[in-house]
Design a protein around this ligand. Structure first.
Ligand SMILES: Cc1cc2nc3c(=O)[nH]c(=O)nc-3n(C[C@H](O)[C@H](O)[C@H](O)COP(=O)(O)O)c2cc1C
Length: 228
């Protein structure tokens, strides 16, 4: 797309912002149909196109589809969920009881994203003073995949109810490589318009105006970027 083509640019803008708004963390809406090979490839390619510190591309993607392995991981996650629930005060535990935190088996496809801090060697351009930039890069790959999945009409759900050591063994990741996410991917019946945690009364979203500051944290903007 040429940047001088105003029509194409405004169409792209609309598509992108619509996708950003439509993207949801999916747990309960997986239809159970398999993900097509072409769509899976495009989603993974979108992840692989992410920006990365020093162009290190420190991620790998492990696609898990064996039903027995999906079941085994789901059982591990159920244990972590129970541990979290047991630590909650009664009122929060009651709210949490109704919330699903994964669709591992229903989605039929898991993508485990791993992060390799050693990729790129000792002199990574841009990581000398902020080591986390490597991890940030791998997370950007996840966000690219999340948006690509939404564009494909697929749902994605990030599962973090696991012990890192368990998932590392599960996918054969040896230190310093770390698994950083289990992503459920699959066709969906629909995407919710409101995030699950909001719908179920767990936590509201924070207004944009509260998140934007002028010059220093707490500094008030003269012109409100939320347009009010
Ligand atoms: C790092 C990370 C970990 C998450 N872990 C889980 C999880 O274990 N289970 C779950 O159901 N959702 C998980 N989520 C999804 C969030 O709950 C969700 O993004 C948030 O409630 C906002 O909803 P939305 O993504 O539909 O806009 C995770 C999201 C992120 C970014």
């Amino acid at each position: 797309m040429s940047h001088s083509d105003e029509g194409a640019r405004s169409a792209a803008r609309r598509v992108l912002y619509d996708l950003v708004a439509a993207r949801r963390d999916v747990r309960a809406e997986f239809s159970g149909e398999p993900v097509g090979a072409d769509a899976l490839h495009r989603v993974l390619a979108a992840g692989h196109a992410a920006p990365s510190v020093g162009n290190t591309m420190p991620w790998d993607f492990v696609v898990v589809r064996d039903p027995a392995r999906l079941r085994a991981f789901a059982e591990h996650v159920a244990g972590c969920r129970a541990d979290f629930a047991a630590a909650l005060p009664p009122e929060r535990a009651e709210t949490f009881r109704t919330i699903r935190v994964e669709g591992i088996r229903e989605s039929g496809t898991g993508i485990v994203v791993t992060y390799d801090p050693a990729r790129g060697g000792r002199h990574v351009l841009g990581r000398r003073t902020v080591d986390d930039t490597g991890l940030f890069s791998a997370v950007l790959a996840i966000q690219n995949m999340w948006l690509a999945a939404t564009a494909e009409g697929l749902g994605m759900g990030w599962v973090s109810f696991y012990e890192e050591e368990f998932l590392a063994r599960f996918v054969g990741a040896a230190p310093p490589v770390r698994p950083i996410a289990w992503l459920c991917l699959g066709p969906v019946t629909a995407l919710q318009e409101v995030p699950d945690l909001v719908r179920h009364g767990w936590r509201e979203r924070r207004p944009l105006a509260d998140a934007v500051h002028a010059e220093v944290l707490g500094g008030e903007l003269e012109q409100d970027p939320a347009g009010r």
